[in-house]
Design a protein around this ligand. Structure first.
Ligand code: ZN
Length: 487
């Protein structure tokens, strides 16, 4: 299968032509959320970035197996090998079973993703459901000699690995620097060196999430789940691994080391990382008071927000920046996105009502090619959006009666808008969401049956439909061509 999609590979620092290992199949793995709290903007950006990649690869004709995991074990307080498991802590504080915490936040995350029109992945594996695979992966690393057991825990031997391979190749860090800068940790006497990371941790007596293993009753290190689940579902080598830039080190660096140690080769062909989101120029953080959840954005219920923002405004805002650029959220910027999206969608609606003429007096050609070219240039969504805005000007000129468009040009313009606005960028108005379209069609169908009943002088059916729709709250108006309705 031919394509001209170039994606920026974080590992090689350059844009590379995308060549899948087993076309038409593509394996895509994205690090999903740790589910111990509500989804926030930091969750929305990778979800939307890789949703657009997933949609675009599908558009190119690939059969994508998209795996996005749920981290529900092993994500410790300090993002290192120490501290309490975040989910276990929440469960302890709220007197819940850890899986109740996981279930609660997973459902909320799904709900938020659905509102952002993020398509569900093909497989959404939970770390806690893949303990056996993780234990097997740890055993392979031990067998290869790149890990050691200490007091029931298993640690990766970074220094030994670095002698044979290159630890730090993704993040560009060097091991000497790491040795100097890695902070001293309590209880690190178990480790040979502070930069060694846990593959398996023996559970402390108060730790409520633990499983049996050859080394101890314990739990896997955080980095292990993605190595084990990625290779389980996508194979020992697969195409694309994505996530936020904040995961490059240590998480993805450790994944590479784990794969090479266990399998003798790397797993991932293209590493993709989206950049981070700041709020009013500041990093997001609970301690800074600028930690805004997605639900708070949708309802406007955070003190930093001057209004509620529709999920589509958030999505459009994220897509207006290239995924490798930083994005800064502010009320002004979001309001500008809200206006921009409204302008785009209004033109899209006007486009549907344009009546074709004998010939085009305005040039609307080449939009599809320009949009494809921008997408193929490392998913350059802001450029796609600017091309669509250019076309909006032409649409408005035609709709205002200042130019005409021939039928073939009109069909092409409609198809291109549908493809890029809806299918690839995933933008919806309340009007073009699938639910709404289906519901409108159903009401139209009922009223069509009523019209036919009237023609056949079947007053009982005609009145029943009218009366019952009116009782639900519909206003129905008969016109000379048929009918109109509203709520
Ligand atoms: Zn991961």
């Amino acid at each position: 299968m031919e394509n001209s999609l170039f994606i920026y590979n974080t590992l090689t620092h350059r844009k590379e032509l995308f060549k899948p290992l087993h076309a038409p199949h593509v394996g895509l793995y994205v690090c999903g959320p740790t589910v111990y709290g509500d989804g926030h903007l930091g969750h929305a950006r990778p979800a939307i970035t890789f949703d657009v990649l997933y949609r675009y690869l599908t558009h190119l004709g690939y059969k994508v197996r998209y795996v996005r995991n749920i981290t529900d074990v092993g994500h410790l307080e300090h993002d290192a090998d120490e501290g309490e498991d975040k989910i276990a802590k929440k469960a302890r504080l709220e007197k819940l079973e850890p899986m109740e915490v996981v279930q609660h936040y997973t459902l909320r995350y799904h709900k938020a993703m659905e509102r952002l029109n993020v398509l569900p992945p093909s497989i959404e594996p939970h770390a806690s459901g893949h303990i056996i695979e993780q234990i097997a992966f740890v055993q392979k690393i031990l067998d290869a000699g790149y890990a050691y057991v200490s007091e029931g825990s298993v640690y990766f031997d970074v220094e030994k690995y670095n002698r044979d391979h290159h630890y730090g190749k993704l993040s560009g860090r060097n091991i000497d620097e790491l040795l100097e800068t890695t902070r001293e940790l309590d209880g690190q006497t178990e480790k040979r060196r502070s930069i060694d990371f846990a593959l398996w941790k023996k559970a402390a007596p108060e730790h409520i999430m633990h499983w049996p293993s050859p080394w101890s009753e314990g739990f896997p290190g955080w980095h292990m789940e993605c190595s084990a689940m990625g290779t389980k579902y996508l194979g020992e080598e697969f195409d694309i691994h994505g996530g936020g830039m904040d995961l490059m080190f240590p998480h993805h660096e450790c994944e590479i080391a784990q794969s090479v140690a266990a399998l003798g080769h790397e797993t991932v062909h293209y590493w993709m990382h989206n950049n981070m989101i700041t709020i009013n120029g500041q990093k997001m953080g609970k301690s800074l008071g600028n930690f805004i959840t997605l639900d708070e954005f949708f309802s406007g219920s955070h003190p930093l927000l001057t209004q509620a923002y529709a999920p589509m405004t958030i999505r459009f805002f994220i897509l207006q920046a290239h995924y490798r650029s930083t994005v800064d959220f502010s009320n002004e910027a979001l309001q500008a996105s809200e206006k921009g999206l409204a302008r785009l969608m209004e033109a899209y609606e006007r486009l549907q009502k344009i009546v074709p003429a004998a010939q085009s007096t305005i040039d609307v050609s080449g939009l599809r090619d320009r949009c494809e070219e921008a997408m193929c240039d490392d998913l350059n969504t802001p450029i796609v959006i600017s091309h669509l805005f250019d076309a909006c000007k032409a649409i408005n000129t035609i709709a205002d009666g200042k130019a005409t468009i021939a039928a073939a040009d009109l069909e092409e313009l409609k198809a291109t808008f549908k493809l890029f606005v809806e299918d690839i960028l995933g933008l919806q108005t309340a009007d073009n969401s699938a639910d709404n379209t289906a519901y409108k069609k159903a009401v139209d169908l009922l009223l069509e049956i009523r019209r036919q009943a009237k023609q056949n002088k079947d007053w009982a059916t005609s009145d029943k439909i009218r009366n019952e729709l009116t009782a639900i709250g519909f206003t129905i108006k008969d016109t000379k061509d048929g009918f109109e309705w509203s709520i």
